[in-house]
Design a protein around this ligand. Sequence first.
Ligand code: PLP
Length: 366
Amino acid sequence: MIEDIARKIIFDIKPYVPGKPIEEVERELGIKNIIKMASNENPFGPSPKSMAAMKEALERISLYPDGNCFYLREALAKKICVELDNIIVGNGSDEILKLIAETFLDPGDEIVIAQPSFSEYEFVGKIMGASCVFVPLKDFTHDLEAMSKAVNEKTKIVFICNPNNPTGTVVTKFQADEFLKDLDPRVLVVFDEAYYEYVDHKEYPESLEYVGEQQNVITLRTFSKIYGIAGQRIGYGVAKPEIISAVNRVREPFNVNTLAQVGALAALEDDEHLKRSFQGNLEGKEYLTRWFQEKGLYYVPTQANFIFLQVGVDCQKVFKEMLGEGVIVRTGDIFGYPDFIRVTIGTMEENERFTRTLEKVISRLK
Ligand SMILES: *Cc1c(COP(=O)(O)O)cnc(C)c1O
């Protein structure tokens, strides 16, 4: 029996529920022209400069990648005004989350996580045998006061997903300052800022400012969302050098592939693509929220490229019916909200198809 030889802990891990890939839906339902609004990828695609750089780098694919991601770290350091040894690059920020867990967590340690939030925190914690302490959101937002109270002498890491996935809400600078002021300085705080580039909230904290201070803070960002290269798997973490060098001890030597490094570097330098993507998201957000208001549907105001929306009927049914019409969304039940869905803001064409389809589906189900 595999159960006798595998680590007991792994049977306690809930499998990740990914957004359904387009190819899978095509295969299963035999329909074409499917749109995916389920995983918060950039609907405007990658930067053309990024694609060109990757095509060129294809020639060098027989060689191992640069294990230190030197040129990318150099460009990042310059852009965000830190030193090279403040930066670690990972095979997606998912990998960095796992490396952080492997670096800091022993069985019996505790981690504090908001609920609902990004499921990877629980996943990486459980793999290491840590206990997860869940703190419910307040008004769909991290309740940092309650999270502060959940910290005890066993706590090793607190995860702050900002903006939060799936709700799109942010904690403010004031809240983050207060939280960090009272925190035991031994605790590591992870600011997961996968949607950083979409934020336009005036009170959004600049978490990189915490990195140089007393507290143990690591900020995570990614090239999977606004930069549009989710398929390449690349993200980065910023922290003080002691933290980075500890995490580097558990990192595989060639964790980030060549095309990802080259593609990310070029994406970083394409401001135009970034602006276009931000603007397109803003227009999509305005269109969708206006439509939700007109239809009397409750939604959580978002700082990201997705919206958590109350459809008022069973989300699984909505999901299946929408799927049948070729529109892939995320169900809210996995986050504890069985009549919500999470939809990625798409291109205008996708957004219009989404609203048309949703209207049809809801009236069919009511
Ligand atoms: C998408 C997402 C990530 C993962 O990003 P990768 O860099 O693709 O691994 C991390 N955190 C949150 C909150 C996300 O939504």
